[in-house]
Design a binder for this molecule. Structure first.
Ligand code: AMP
Length: 423
């Protein structure tokens, strides 16, 4: 088969790495890819959101199967455009990706599907939002409706902070059209974890759980980022919790989307709060997480490609995946300045030595090659990923690898994997 992976981050490197080992693959392409992906696939200079360019490439190169990594091309309708041209593609349609793109749409949908989630109301009028907030009390959560780059959610400890969040979105228009509407919802106390499932429109194949780290600094301080680290499995997602998540969250969502004529195929990523009353859904995403994908691919023993194809073909029932019982952990190395303006152009050395342990894989995100040198070219630059018996072992292995990387213009969190109850 001729396969194309779309995207250029660590998630797409992990997907390309796992898919490149498939005996089904004759040629693997990635658009646009990065310096690490270039070691697994042929990178082509077409942007992930250049829908027309990607469709043209797939027709010209007779691509048999496309795997879309990031949310932006999904929301722009890449899968719809490819399917319309007869090119099979893994991922939801633009309509089905609305489950991620609009929080207001998503919350109404959770209610219709009777999925356990925080009680909420939607607002466009700031005075009405504030009156509702005053009636509910703090803590309370204010969310901009649309995609706001991880900055649209405020967990307000007091009423003033909540009112300020309302004004930021509805009066100051700080999120542009993504904040024309807000969702105000109850604060949920508990521990957060993610759960991933492959979906073929009717059936779901549970993948695995993970926990991630969104803040830039140790101890969960500082601004939000795209993700500074992750590990899998999450010790708090026990088999019993997994069963509840599948029965009360994942399967009702798939059934309701089918009923509503918006069939979902792809990866359903459930962001969960494990509360005293059981798992509650914070949000769905319509794709793998980054860096959660890196830890999932590290733990996956089976070839992922037949499962992705089965999800597309609607025959997931026949698929079984095998996983390492071991833990995987990914520590993201970012360029100084991230998540603000990252410093670009510095050289990274020592990756070969750092990755010499067979249980370590370094996934690239923002990297490029200049002659033979590896150059940092983005905010999140590397995802140092390891496999080990438990979280303590895997954390030691990942940080030992990091300590061999010679890159003074980059940084990482030092506490990935040390938050879990087991530690
Ligand atoms: P979201 O984009 O909806 O996942 O929200 C981003 C983050 O805000 C989550 O990962 C949680 O840490 C926090 N959060 C969102 N909603 C709630 C809630 N209802 N209660 C407590 N924390 C929340």
């Amino acid at each position: 088969m001729r396969v194309l992976v779309v995207g250029s981050g660590g998630r797409e490197h992990a997907l390309a790495w796992a898919i490149s080992a498939s005996p089904l693959v004759d040629r693997l392409f990635c658009a646009p890819g990065n310096a690490g992906i270039a070691e697994e696939a042929e990178c082509i200079a077409i942007g992930a959101t250049d829908i027309k360019g990607l469709v043209r490439f797939c027709r010209g190169e007779q691509i048999d199967f496309v795997v879309v990594g990031p949310e932006a091309p999904l929301v722009l309708g890449l899968v719809d455009a490819l399917e319309a041209e007869g090119v099979a593609a893994f991922g939801p349609t633009a309509a089905a990706s609305a489950i991620e793109a609009s929080k207001a749409f998503a919350k109404d949908f959770f209610a219709r599907a009777q999925i356990p989630t925080a009680a909420y109301r939607r607002f466009r009028d700031p005075a009405a939002a504030k009156a509702f907030i005053a009636s509910r009390g703090a803590p309370i959560v204010v969310k901009a409706d649309g995609l706001a780059g991880g900055k649209g959610v405020v967990v307000a400890d007091d009423l003033d902070a909540a009112y300020r969040a309302v004004d930021a979105a509805l009066v100051e228009r700080r999120f542009g059209t993504a904040g024309l509407e807000i969702v105000v919802e109850d604060f949920l106390a508990g521990e957060e974890a993610s759960f991933f499932a492959l979906v073929d429109g009717k059936d779901a194949l549970p993948l695995a759980s993970a926990q991630d780290y969104k803040r830039v600094g140790d101890g969960d301080i500082g601004p939000n980022t795209g993700g500074m680290g992750a590990f899998s499995p999450s010790p708090i997602v026990t088999p019993v919790v997994e069963g509840v998540v599948m029965e009360h969250i994942v399967l009702p969502a798939i059934a309701a989307m089918g009923r509503e004529g918006c069939v979902f195929k792809g990866v359903l990523y459930a962001g969960l709060m494990l509360t005293e009353a059981g798992p509650m859904l914070l949000e769905f995403n319509a794709r793998f997480g980054d860096p959660e994908c890196q830890v999932l691919m590290m733990r996956l023993m089976s070839d992922p490609l037949p499962a992705l194809i089965a999800a597309h073909d609607g025959v997931l029932k026949s698929v079984d995946l095998r996983w390492h019982a071991d833990s995987a952990l990914c520590v993201v190395m970012a360029a100084n300045g991230y998540p603000g303006e990252p410093q670009r152009g510095s050289e990274i050395r020592g990756l070969d030595t750092a990755a010499s342990d067979p249980k370590v894989k370094i996934f690239h995100a923002g990297t490029r090659r200049e002659n033979q040198r590896l150059i940092a070219d983005g905010g999140r630059v590397l995802g140092v990923t390891a496999l080990g018996r438990d979280l303590a072992e895997v954390r030691g292995r990942a940080y030992a690898a990091i300590d061999q990387i010679d890159w003074h213009e980059g940084f990482c969190r030092r506490d990935i994997g040390s938050r879990s109850r087991e530690n």
